[in-house]
Design a binder for this molecule. Sequence first.
Ligand SMILES: Nc1ncnc2c1ncn2[C@@H]1O[C@H](COP(=O)(O)OP(=O)(O)OP(=O)(O)O)[C@@H](O)[C@H]1O
Ligand SMILES: [Mg+2]
Length: 298
Amino acid sequence: MDMPQLNTIEIAARASVTGGRDRSIGAILIDAGRLSVENAERIIREQKSKGLRFGDAAIQMGLLKQHDIDFALARQFDYPYLSASDDSLSHGLVAAYKPFAPMVEQLRALRSQLMVRWFSDDPARHALAIVSAEPGEGRSFIAANLAVVFSQLGERTLLIDADLRRPSIHQYFKLDPRAPGLSSVLSGRANGEAIIRIPSLVGLSVLPAGAVPPNPQELLARPQFARLVEQVSKSFDIVIIDTPSASSAADAAIAAARAQAALVVGRRDQTPIATIQSLAGNLAGAGTNVVGAVLNSF
Ligand SMILES: Nc1ncnc2c1ncn2[C@@H]1O[C@H](COP(=O)(O)OP(=O)(O)OP(=O)(O)O)[C@@H](O)[C@H]1O
Ligand SMILES: [Mg+2]
């Protein structure tokens, strides 16, 4: 008999301290299960008697840590961000789980560079392929996290997994690898419904690779792919395309040509600069805008 009553109390307590966009830090932390109502009241008493800010009082009392305050501030400013205990997505999405980590600062700096150098209001400049010469240099990691930081800026963002050989984007978002994806769209077996909205990251949608096809390069070369990129560029502000390694097949070059732009990734201390330059040169020679190169260190 206790349970329904407990539920009611919990909901009532939340209702009394939450609501509206200007939710207090305490309310946000209660909602997230990081702070009890009792402790929130103790903090408020301390805060008032000593003239402190809520966060400072809470930290002094040992009831909250700085990362709790950062979490609440992020929510307060409508900054989509996941708590460490939320396992709905892969923790490899550092931009979603640790938006204050130095690496994510760098991703935001990269985002700014890309905004200045490539993306614009013109739908012809909404897509960008993430390419690298060799396997395992971090293309998918950068593509996925870059898509997250763009969505956090309020941009309608689509991440497409055009690595139809060894797709991995579905793992970051814990999507069913058997669900329809790009390969289904290109072979005429699916349409827009293959694009999945990520509910916890407002503004972010993903088109996973779908079933691995026997003819990836042929599928990407089809006019359907060009049409798809054109269509989604009208309904999304930012379209990030992950690709297979450029050394293994022409898929990456085809995806980059459809996007009209590429960001070249190299692995610090591993990828020879000459390799990065050669890939960039080949893409540029084929008419793709090489927007920049990043050295990924991990
Ligand atoms: N900057 C980074 N910080 C931490 N881990 C990273 C970073 N970049 C890549 N990784 C990790 O390194 C591994 C390889 O990265 P990723 O899968 O993104 O590379 P890839 O170039 O897409 O590889 P593939 O050729 O298999 O498609 C992954 O486990 C990824 O999480
Ligand atoms: Mg990859």
